[in-house]
Design a protein around this ligand. Structure first.
Ligand SMILES: [Zn+2]
Length: 425
């Protein structure tokens, strides 16, 4: 390793991965990581490549000279790192940017090649599966979906349906995908790459899905809990790019979330963290589907909204969502504005608890509340500001994520990307 490469390695802002070497073209499952070990020279090389690619994701198209300046190394070092990536068609050089008045050669920004090997993203929800290919630029194509026979007690049948959907998507890839990422709408053991439990699809409970899909498709497979996948998608392809600390909150029929703290996704032991929907907001409150009472999920989901809408006889109460509620508010339907305010307050209560516990300050919202647009987001923010004591430099920022399925598919692909880039999740 030359001194510049050493410097880039040690000055990189991402903490090192303590795993055996894993070349970019073949990520290994997370479960294969051993404990702390010394870094081989080849791992240092691939770590530096990963860091340069991470920087590109965060900065957008960037020239070699700019990358060298930001990393504090010379251009030759950067060129040594990026040339193999250009040769592998992972990166391409863009049109030259005219040199500044000071002269010098026009710079050619580096960016991800549309011809780079894609990633297969999978969204597995109770009763349905969606699959697609995601390019390294974050473009989605080759989308397919299938209905999972979850009421069937036969796991092989469910796996066969899921696999057929993945196979259709893989069949459209011009180059072998880099791996398969799966976002699961249920509890996941990320260390074992296994599903712990999906409430409405018990046939998959305990299924070692990662191993199963690796065996079938001979590709690296990573899986994670749906809200965490949303966060990973935001980190690589969305509003979380370049942000060191943020939280993701998803609302809908269920409520979930994930935390990205100081450049790392916080998963908790074996992926058990992030069950935000089942944090308590009301002692002896309503019964939750988890069997306990007073969970945040009991007061900030579409189920709660529909019960309340029925109680005050709002139109479309059985199917109402935040988008429809806002329409009713705008049409000045009696009771709608008050219900929207209560819904916003209930969502805000959990966000305020999160802010008080870990102070992420930046919240990326996904799911139903996003459908309510600015009016709903503003209402939630107003309540959060009331619930959280003001402090200097403590500004709370709300962003909204991509549409629901797209965000999850990007996130699923982002799980594989993180592994390829030696990015510790
Ligand atoms: Zn609960």
């Amino acid at each position: 390793m030359d001194r510049d490469a050493d410097r880039l390695f040690h000055t990189g802002r991402i903490s090192r991965r303590t795993a055996a070497d894993a070349p970019l073209a073949a990520a290994e499952p997370r479960s294969a990581k051993p404990g702390r070990s010394l870094l081989s020279s080849s791992l240092i090389g691939s770590t530096n490549r990963g860091r340069v690619l991470q920087a590109l994701f965060d900065l957008g198209p960037t020239s070699r000279a700019e990358l060298a300046r930001l990393a504090g190394v010379n251009r030759t070092t950067i060129s040594g790192i990026v040339q193999p990536l250009l040769d592998q068609q992972l990166l391409v050089e863009g049109e030259p940017i005219p040199a500044s008045e000071g002269g010098g050669k026009p710079a050619r920004p580096l960016w991800f090649s549309p011809d780079a090997r894609p990633i297969c993203g999978v969204l597995l929800m109770p009763g349905s599966v969606r699959t697609c290919l995601v390019t390294l630029e974050g473009k989605i194509h080759a989308e397919h979906e299938g209905v999972l026979p979850v009421s069937s007690p036969h796991l092989p049948e469910t796996i066969a349906t899921l696999s057929a959907c993945i196979e259709r998507t893989l069949g459209e890839a011009r180059r072998t995908p880099l791996g398969i990422g799966v976002a699961v709408g249920g509890m996941v053991d990320t260390d074992r790459r296994a599903i712990v439990r999906i409430n409405l699809a018990p046939v998959l409970d305990g299924c070692s899905l990662g191993d199963e899909l690796s065996r079938r498709f001979h590709l690296p497979v990573l899986l994670d809990h749906h809200p965490r996948a949303l966060l990973v998608g935001d980190r690589w392809f969305g509003k979380g790019r370049g942000v060191r600390t943020f939280a993701v909150v998803y609302t809908g029929e269920v409520l979930g979330g994930a935390l990205y703290l100081d450049g790392r996704l916080h998963r908790g032991l074996a992926g058990a963290g992030g069950e935000l929907g089942h944090t308590f907001v009301q002692v002896d409150g309503d019964l939750c589907r988890c069997g306990r009472r007073g969970c945040w999920e009991t007061i900030a989901t579409t189920g709660w909204l529909r019960r309340q809408a029925r109680a005050i006889a709002l139109p479309d109460a059985d199917t109402i969502d935040c988008r429809r509620l806002v329409q009713l508010v705008e049409a000045e339907v009696a009771g709608a504005a008050d219900l929207l305010d209560r819904y916003a307050r209930n969502v805000a209560v959990g966000i305020a608890n999160l802010q008080q516990s870990v102070a992420p300050n930046v919240f990326i919202l996904h799911g139903d509340v996003v459908g309510g647009g600015e009016r709903m987001i503003e209402a939630i923010l107003r309540h959060v500001r009331r619930l959280v004591p003001w402090r200097p430099s403590g500004e709370i920022i709300f962003e909204t994520g991509e549409t629901e399925d797209r965000a999850a598919l990007l996130g699923a692909a982002g799980l594989v990307l993180s592994d390829l880039l030696h990015f510790p999740l």
